[in-house]
Design a binder for this molecule. Structure first.
Ligand code: 5GP
Ligand code: ZN
Length: 115
């Protein structure tokens, strides 16, 4: 399923350009347009679902694949160590309602002040 009004569906389809980092049959990873760390990559399912809980219900295998792609990106870019963030709901900072895990990493110890 795709949603014509969904930004990340349009990125997955190639209608909106993005900087690809990794891809499988079901998952796409691309650089965040406003990076908050040396590595800031978004990992999304190619099929539309709004958040991590709906992904777990609707496509658990794809959610597992997303985790493997996140690790692959971190192996490529930041020594295999990374933070994986799913903002869920507007109050938690979710602005795009197509589930995406932020892969955050770098060559330094990450800070921790999420609230
Ligand atoms: P959220 O705030 O929903 O957790 O994350 C959405 C992310 O998408 C933000 O970090 C934002 O910078 C990123 N973003 C928004 N629009 C675009 C875009 O057109 N291209 C890319 N690559 N990232 C985007
Ligand atoms: Zn979508």
């Amino acid at each position: 399923m795709t949603d014509v009004d969904c930004l990340f569906c349009r990125i997955v389809s190639g209608e909106i350009p993005s900087d690809a980092v990794a891809e499988t049959a079901t998952v796409y990873a691309f650089r965040d347009i406003v990076p908050k760390a040396p590595t800031h990559v978004l990992v999304v399912p190619k099929a539309h679902t709004p958040n991590v809980a709906t992904a777990a219900t609707d496509m658990p295998e794809v959610l597992g694949e997303m985790a493997l792609v996140a690790q692959q990106v971190a192996d490529q870019e930041c020594g295999g160590q990374f933070r994986w963030i799913f903002n869920t709901g507007e109050r938690a900072g979710q602005t795009v309602f197509h589930v995406h895990g932020h892969v955050i990493g770098g060559d330094h110890e990450l800070g921790w002040s999420p609230a």
